[in-house]
Design a protein around this ligand. Sequence first.
Ligand code: UDP
Length: 248
Amino acid sequence: MTSSPPIYRRILLKLSGEALLGGSEFGISGDVLARLADEIAGLVANGVGVTLVVGGGNIFRGVGLSGRGMDRVTGDQMGMLSTVINALALQDALEKTGLTARVMSALRINEVCEDYIRRRAIRHLDKGRVVVLAAGTGNPFFTTDSAASLRAVEVGAEILLKATKVDGIYSADPAREDSAQRYTHLTHDEVIDSRLQVMDTTAMVLCRDNDMPIRVFNVQRAGEIGRIVHGIGDAGTLVDSGPKDKGQ
Ligand code: UDP
C-alpha cells in the first residue's frame, strides 16, 4: 500500500462484532468483511504477522441476554459462539483474497475450527497465515477485549490495535458533546484511573502489567489499519506505559 516499511512485525487486531455490521443492526456485512480482508492482505504482503480477535456483539452478548432473563453463563456461552460465527466469516473473506487463515477457538469445536493452542498459533504466524481467534478466553464473565489483551501478550504482538467506531479516546462522548477532545496519548493508568470507556478494566490492567501498547482507532476509515502499521500519521489514541523513568 505504501513504500514506507511497517513499524510493527506482529500485531493483534481486535474487531468488535459491531465493526462487522456495516449499516445493519444485526449480522455481518459482506462489504465490510471484504474491505477488512483486503486491508489485512496488504499488511501480510508487507511481512506483518496478523492475529485477529473478533467479538460477537453483532449477534449476542451475554449481558444483554441475561438482562432479558437468561442465565448469565448460558448467555456468555451464546456470546462466545457468536464470535465463532464471525471468525468463520472473516476466515472466508481472508481466504478469498488469497491469504491462508486459521480460526482457533478457545472452546473446542473441532468440526469447524482448530483449538487455540499458543505454540500452534505462533507457528501459523511464522508461516504467514492469519490467525483468527474465536470464543474469547473460553470463560464466561470475560470479554473479547480481555481475550485480545491476553492473546496479544501470549503471541508476542508488539501492539494491540483496538478497532472502534470513533477516532480514538475522547474526554467525553463526541457524539453527544461538541467540546469533547481527542487524546493523542494516554498511559494505561490514566485510562484506568479516569474510568475512560475504552476497554474493560481487566483488559487494560493486563496490558499495563505486560507493557502492551494499545492504539484505539476508527476502523470505519478506509486504510487506517495500514497507515497505523506503517507509522503514517497519528491516528486515534496511543495508550502505553508512558515514560519509563517515572518508575511506572
Ligand atoms: N464472552 C465471554 N467470554 C469471553 C469473551 C466473550 O463470555 O472471554 C461472551 C460475552 O457474553 C460477550 C460475548 O461473548 O458479551 C461477545 O463478546 P464481546 O461482548 O466482547 O464482543 P464485542 O463487544 O467485541 O463485539
